[in-house]
Design a protein around this ligand. Sequence first.
Ligand SMILES: *[C@@H]1O[C@H](CO)[C@@H](O)[C@H](O)[C@H]1NC(C)=O
Ligand SMILES: *[C@@H]1O[C@H](CO)[C@@H](O)[C@H](O)[C@H]1NC(C)=O
Ligand SMILES: *[C@@H]1O[C@H](CO)[C@@H](O)[C@H](O)[C@H]1NC(C)=O
Ligand SMILES: *[C@@H]1O[C@H](CO)[C@@H](O)[C@H](O)[C@H]1NC(C)=O
Length: 707
Amino acid sequence: MLWLVWVYLLNLQSGALGFGINPFSGDSFNHQTITERALLNVTAQVCRALALAEGKDFTFPAQPFTAKSIANACEAPKSYKFFLPNILFIQSMNAAVDLRRLFEARYHCDDELLREGQRLITEGLSAVKAANRKQSFLSARLTLGGILHTLQDFYSHSNWAELRNKFPNINMIRRNANIGNIADRTTATCRSCNGDDCRNNILENVISRNILTSGYFVVRPMSSNKPKGKCSHGGFPDATSSVEPKGGINKDSYSSSHGYLHREAAELAIAATSQILEDIRGASGDREFLQLMGLSKGSSKALCFVVDTTGSMGDDIAAVQTVTSNIIDSKVGTEDEPSLYILVPFNDPDFGPLIKTTDAEVFKGHINSLTAYEGGDLPEMSLSGLQLALTGSPPNSEIFLFTDAPAKDKYLKNTVIALIEQTKTVVNFMITGILSSRRRRQANENQQQQQTQRMARSDSQLYRDLSQASGGQAIEVSKNQLLQATSIITESTSSSLVTLLQVNRNMGRPENYTFSVDDTLTNLIIYITGSSVDFTLVNPSGELHNGASTGPSIITAELVGNLLTLRLRAQVGLWELRIISTNPYTMKVVGQSPIDFILRFMVQSQGPVDGYDLLENRPTAGSNTSLEVTLLEADSTTVTEVTLVESSGSGQVNGLVEAQGGGQYLVHFDKIPSVEFVVLVKGQSTNSTTSRASSVTFQRQSTTSLR
Ligand SMILES: *[C@@H]1O[C@H](CO)[C@@H](O)[C@H](O)[C@H]1NC(C)=O
Ligand SMILES: *[C@@H]1O[C@H](CO)[C@@H](O)[C@H](O)[C@H]1NC(C)=O
Ligand SMILES: *[C@@H]1O[C@H](CO)[C@@H](O)[C@H](O)[C@H]1NC(C)=O
Ligand SMILES: *[C@@H]1O[C@H](CO)[C@@H](O)[C@H](O)[C@H]1NC(C)=O
């Protein structure tokens, strides 16, 4: 069995539901803390090796290490946002072995199935290494979490610690290696405990001959079929422990049958976990190991351009070439420098091929060789091009799609949205042509030939919906404004920004929005896209700002195409934005702040182990889903309110918030909206660095919408 079970049982007894990853839940170690310790330890070793290789110093942060302190020590503070979720994911895949495979003894090194456990570990280890070689880090983390569980259970469930071993059994991670002399089926290994005292229940003969064994385990109310004379796992849920020889040998917690060896077993498990991580590091290399953990100094994202090359884009392509080259130059050498560049042209009926390179100059060469051709009738294969880009990009990438035409392949909408959700990719649409005829007429009659308007406003709704689902923008501009608009968008999607509020309205109608600005926010910006959108902004002092002019709170107001950018003087308190529009519009409020959160949908386990299992698919409407919210600034912030807000604005569901400790909250909803929604988190931020410790309300919203 499992360290986890005990944590859950203890939690149940104390009346708390829950999946805690407190550094020390109930004083005992659990799979999560063991896994976290080893992951942080080995990651720190890797960062140190890389720093020393570059001739730099490396200072270990204070113990205990945290994901944040290690990200900082590794000089990748921004990666903390990706490192922490990866640790949580590996922990969840570890916990899932209890929640999903409780009765399969080999996964827990129970029932003396130690060689079978070794086989699971070594086969999984090969799979992790193979996935790393293919840069399939998600799949590598998934498998890694599972095999860590089996490896850690070896130290709690076998008698390795009772045999007075001071080091892990390295052969448990070596394929077909001899892990020791395992008791055969007829060899008795235990006698009954002396009441609750199980210190001396393993037979002297087993100890002196260095024979390996592990406890048998069957969950009540099933009956025991433990072979004669064998040790049991022990403890309340184990039915074998009440059959002769009674008692058990597990070291899952301090209160277990062999709780006197709990600390030793946990230390061995941490060391063994560090060993297997070192083995993975050795096979993959230091930089790839950090990629597996989600830690990198530059950005781990790809920058991807999807470009319409049909005939009508002729004069726009030159503008696109300038713009893309500008975006690339603005990122090279910065923390946002992409690790990969991707180009996907699309035409009609062709699209692709997808071109990938890590070299910015080579990439510019590819973009500069694009030419516009053919593409007879109007709608183009834009979603096919986008789909190709989404499947070829690593998670958390950024895509810019340039076009002047509606999509011909609208039927791909749901597939594309699913890919966006899966990869958490931000997609921006840069749409030229809609405003061109009007603008050109106004600007200069003879400057350019009149071009027929290629796309109706209603056609651009699809692009707006897709960009909204991804946390991106859909902007309609003329080609002269493309550069200006793109640089605004590039800034608006920087990974260091947090979202306070984001709405997408397909039908314009008067609506008032409020949002709380906290004292950690800087660079507060409101983006509004849409034509003829009237707004009134009210700051916390009650001062009104109308139209696109500056005022006490508006530093600059810039209108490019249909994108209005308001840069604000951040003032703590409740703001109001009143919008009047008869057209569709999108609005988002962003800023820079360390306060942010990670969201994961969890489902309560139906098995005998009471715990929350990570939901790998979308939550289903109306189901009993819980949301786990993890705050990135756990020390100074608390969550008070979590709401699922329908993207259409028509409804919302309030959750019941339950604090788990360590910045984690479980939020229970009695239903999930059946339409697209976003998650709005409100809380309190306490700033102890200011002379008078004060508490300020903050709000953050998920950047991508969920369905
Ligand atoms: C930390 O990892 C190193 C190898 O990277 C290992 O030698 C050491 O034992 C580990 N520390 C703990 C406490 O497991
Ligand atoms: C928005 O607020 C203004 C001023 O308080 C009010 O007059 C107006 O009715 C509100 N609009 C809506 C749609 O609630
Ligand atoms: C605390 O307040 C200072 C000054 O207002 C600010 O710079 C800092 O970001 C705040 N920190 C937190 C964690 O709120
Ligand atoms: C949802 O979970 C609660 C608490 O665990 C339980 O009481 C309720 O019966 C569940 N509802 C459904 C529909 O499963």
